[in-house]
Every structure is written in C-alpha cells, then in structure tokens.
Design a binder for this molecule. Sequence first.
Ligand code: FES
Length: 115
Amino acid sequence: MSKEIIVFKSEFKQQPSTVKFTYELKNIKHTGFVVLNDGSYNAYKNQCMHLPVELDWQDNDFLDEEGKFIICATHGAIYNLEEGYCVSGPCQGMKLKAMAVEEVIDRLIIKIEAE
Ligand code: FES
C-alpha cells in the first residue's frame, strides 16, 4: 500500500534547497526530503546508505556548504542531488532510496511505497 505526502513549492526558499517531511509506515515514523535544484524536484528517504541513520543532524540541513551535494552529517558521505548517488564516502556507489514526485501546479505529491 502506498501513501502520498504533499509538499508545497512555496516551501522552497531558494535553489538549491530542501524541504523535509515526515510519514508513518506500520506505526513507525520516518522522514524524507525533497531537493529542488535547477527546477527539478527529487525526493529521498532520509537515511544514509552506510548506516541506518538520518542524514541531517540539524533539521532539514542536507546540503554541503556550496549546495552541490547531499551530505551525511555522520561520516560525510556525499550524494549527488539528481539521483542520490553516493559519489564519495563509505557507501560510494550506492543510492539513496528515491521516491516518485509528481508536480501538480503549486504542489508536489510524493509517493511513499511500503517497505
Ligand atoms: S552514516 Fe552516513 S556516511 Fe556513515
């Protein structure tokens, strides 16, 4: 069974930037985030591919200083924005769990698939 989460485009303050969201599966709370970059939206589960920890230590702080990569706060793995592909770090070659994003006028519909 899948769920849908709504994120409004107006929640993004600049490009690139991220918006974090929460969802529940089987009564367990999870988080995810959407990256806006170059006019494209990509959504990922908020979990590093190295260890089962969230990527952000500070809430919704997912990007490196230059805004070029998603960075894991625990050991510094970096993932590209477009595919969530780990280009450097202990999980190099792995990809963040992506979620489908549908754009509908002023909002994004994020599809959450059961795990
Ligand atoms: S937990 Fe993310 S790089 Fe180690």
